[in-house]
Design a protein around this ligand. Structure first.
Ligand SMILES: Cc1cc2nc3c(=O)[nH]c(=O)nc-3n(C[C@H](O)[C@H](O)[C@H](O)COP(=O)(O)OP(=O)(O)OC[C@H]3O[C@@H](n4cnc5c(N)ncnc54)[C@H](O)[C@@H]3O)c2cc1C
Length: 520
């Protein structure tokens, strides 16, 4: 119980496994000579990765920088492009003008809450456009920076769109060659326990691997935490109905086609379609509820969507991949000397691309609080479990919000989403609060909320939610309105400047491929 933790064993070589390995190794140096601290990643050569997961949060910039990857190499090797947020279509009504959730915070967000003055000013322009300079960039497919902007720096906040398979490959090479991770290509066959029930070793096709801490990144099967320890899934399908996806890659009509600056999310009668622009192709997919539509109908919907932008011929030839998943998360994530990260911990529809960021946050939490020994692990595990249960529930609330605010009632799917029984109590209570107060910093219970009050503002007011201020708030409106007027004007000015100086996504990505960005 008191001997130091020396060997971490990770099972799984998908994005979760390699990202976790790299984040751990970046914070805790591996010394191959003494072997005092080692990380081994076991990856089955015959079980493929899930192969999707192409949208990240801005947090990925911090992670890549931390693990020592050059942003230029990342763009060149991962078919990456810039993601500046998400544009939602047909979520409010069956055919609507759409709204956006950009990554950049509202103007002066540290000390000015512009949501109320925007409502009082009779909403001259959509909320996100009034408070954030990023919106006009979406329409013109512009990049968030210039070629002279150093790696990872920006004019406007951004994450990435990337090719998931290429990303895992790049992480593997970096983790093995630069960070000292030991890579074992082998399938775990069975698990050996200590007397206290901890995992002692893994029997693999290439021999037995003992360890002190085992990280389960084995994908949806959850080999260690789910199958071996029997930690059940806390099912969430009664809240978020989607349990299936059909994914496809769509070619561009020409090599110089525009690359979208944000993920496009288009609501359908039983789910929604994602559309992600990479430099050489688009990645699309229909995420839907199998209880509300058939696979054939979902295929038709996706082909119809692709035909509208890429033509009938492309839509007819489309090769699709079907994915089933169980919406939910494990009842706990750290049990004995085993912790699950990635799909093995759970999965909820990728409406706000929250899976990879959870991998980053979980790996960082383990790296920051790495137990000194087995006795210390109990304490760290309890904190980790409490922290991540809260995070999962926050994500579920935020995703459900998109459905609850929708005015669509054109199918059973949308009617069922409006049913009060499907709305978590925590979300219902917050919505009640926001009928009288706009979301603000004091709504955030944790310093690093998954979705801070700014995100709630973007979605609530983007989707037409009404907040009625109290009579005392209304009295102070003249002052607030003057201050807000200045902020709106500053935002417009910033927007004009950015439009004049920023290159298109395509132009900047081409330049990065040719010349590279300034290293930091
Ligand atoms: C439709 C869809 C769209 C998504 N879109 C996004 C998105 O836009 N943004 C986002 O952040 N996330 C997204 N995700 C989630 C994202 O794809 C995953 O979180 C991410 O790919 C991590 O997966 P993973 O590494 O946990 O699992 P996997 O990729 O499934 O990897 C599992 C690994 O475990 C190994 N393994 C399994 N069994 C054994 C064994 N017995 N022995 C040895 N090795 C074994 C396999 O070989 C593999 O290497 C999406 C998911 C889906 C389903």
């Amino acid at each position: 119980m008191k001997s130091p933790l020396e060997h971490i064993v990770i099972v799984g070589g998908g994005t979760a496994g390699w990202l976790t390995a790299a984040i751990l190794a970046a914070e805790h140096s591996i010394d191959p000579k003494t072997g005092a601290f080692r990380i081994t990643l076991i990856e089955s050569p015959d079980i493929s990765t899930i192969g999707v997961g192409e949208g990240t949060w801005p947090s990925m910039r911090t992670s890549l920088k931390k693990i020592g990857i050059s942003e230029t190499d990342f763009f060149r090797q991962c078919n990456a492009s810039f993601k500046q947020g998400t544009q939602f279509h047909n979520w409010i009504q069956q055919l609507d003008a759409g709204y956006a959730h950009p990554f950049t915070l509202p103007q002066s967000f540290a000390d000015a809450n512009l949501a109320r003055p925007w409502q009082q000013a009779q909403r001259p322009v959509p909320f996100a456009e009034a408070v954030c300079p990023q919106l006009p960039l979406f329409e013109r497919h512009l990049a968030p920076k210039q070629i002279s902007t150093p790696e990872y720096a920006c004019h406007l906040n951004y994450g990435y769109h990337l090719d998931a398979a290429k990303f895992a490959d790049m992480l593997r090479v970096h983790a093995v060659e630069k960070l000292g991770i030991t890579h074992l290509s082998a399938r775990v066959k069975y698990i050996n326990n200590h007397q206290n029930g901890d995992i002692a070793s893994l029997a693999t096709t290439e021999g037995e691997i003992a360890g002190d801490l085992f990280i389960d990144c084995s994908g949806a099967r959850s080999l260690l935490l789910g199958e071996h320890f029997g930690i059940p899934i806390n099912h969430k399908q009664h809240i978020l109905f989607n349990d299936s996806a059909i994914a496809a890659q769509v070619p561009y009509a020409s090599a110089d086609a525009d690359i979208a600056s944000c993920t496009l999310s288009t609501a359908k009668d039983a789910g929604w379609i994602w559309d992600i622009g990479l430099p050489t192709r688009r990645g699309t997919g229909y995420v839907y509820s199998s209880a509300h539509t058939s696979e054939e109908r979902a295929q038709e919907n996706l082909r119809h969507y692709v035909a509208a932008s890429a033509g009938e011929a492309v839509a007819e030839r489309l090769e699709t991949k079907k994915i089933r998943y169980t919406p939910g998360h494990r009842e706990k994530f750290w049990h004995k000397n085993c912790v699950a990260i990635g799909m093995s911990a759970g999965f909820i529809e990728p409406l706000e691309a929250s899976a990879l960021v959870l991998v980053e946050v979980a790996a960082t939490a383990i790296a920051d609080h790495l137990p000194a020994n087995r006795a210390h692990m109990e304490h760290v595990a309890k904190r980790f479990n409490d922290n991540f249960i809260y995070r999962w529930e926050s994500i579920i609330d935020f995703l459900k919000l998109h459905y609850v605010l929708s005015q669509r009632r054109d199918s059973d799917y949308w009617q069922d989403h409006a049913n009060a029984a499907s709305i978590p109590q925590s979300l219902g209570a917050r919505l009640e609060h926001w009928r009288h107060q706009t979301p603000w910093h004091d709504d955030d219970q944790h310093a690093n909320e998954m979705f801070p009050s700014a995100s709630y503002q973007y979605v609530l007011y983007g989707m037409g939610f009404e907040t009625q201020p109290s009579h005392t708030q209304r009295r102070s409106d003249a002052n607030t309105q003057r201050m807000a007027g200045k902020c709106f004007a500053q935002n417009q000015q910033r927007s004009r400047q950015l439009l004049a100086m920023l290159p298109s996504n395509r132009e900047l990505i081409d330049k990065i491929h040719q010349h590279g960005m300034q290293p930091i």
